[in-house]
Ligand binder design. Structure first.
Ligand code: DQA
Length: 144
């Protein structure tokens, strides 16, 4: 199995970006950790982080993965196009946010993804990615 991990705009700044909201882990640390964890289950992680919406869309179109873990970042609240890309390839996905978006500004309370996600994890920091991976593994095991 293969899982596509998608990280949206500004997540390349993790580690130094508003640590009160997003913690001290760098994106590289997060990706390395879940890649290793996935490997223990013979699952390959394909990762893309981009600040450009079309690059995320193109990666979703091109992937041979059978599951997606996505933190759309600010695109969560704006992007019909990214939502449509996930629906277009009909891949099951879990939505992850480091911060608890519901405890923040009202414009972060709405997501263009949540109603189509298998599940949504928010507010648990970097660990949220690991929880998403565990859930994805269980999902893929049932499917196989
Ligand atoms: C985020 C929450 C979004 O509202 C914000 O725009 C981000 C990161 C999170 O992981 O908490 O960039 O998705």
């Amino acid at each position: 199995h293969k899982i596509l991990l998608v990280n949206g705009p500004n997540l390349n700044l993790l580690g130094r970006r508003e640590p009160g909201h997003y913690g001290h882990h760098t994106l590289n640390q997060i990706v390395t950790e879940i890649t290793q964890e996935a490997l223990l289950h013979y699952i390959h992680i394909e990762h893309i982080q981009s600040n450009a919406e079309y690059e995320l869309i193109d990666a979703i179109h091109a992937t041979s993965a059978d599951f997606v873990i996505i933190n759309p970042a600010a695109f969560t609240h704006t992007s019909v196009a990214l939502r449509d890309a996930l629906l277009g390839v009909a891949l099951p996905f879990i939505e992850v946010h480091l911060s608890n978006v519901h405890a923040r500004e009202p414009f972060r309370h709405h997501s263009y993804f949540s109603d189509k996600a298998i599940g949504v994890i928010c507010g648990l920091g970097a660990q949220g990615y690991s929880f998403a991976l565990q859930s994805a593994i269980a999902h893929l095991a049932v499917k196989k």
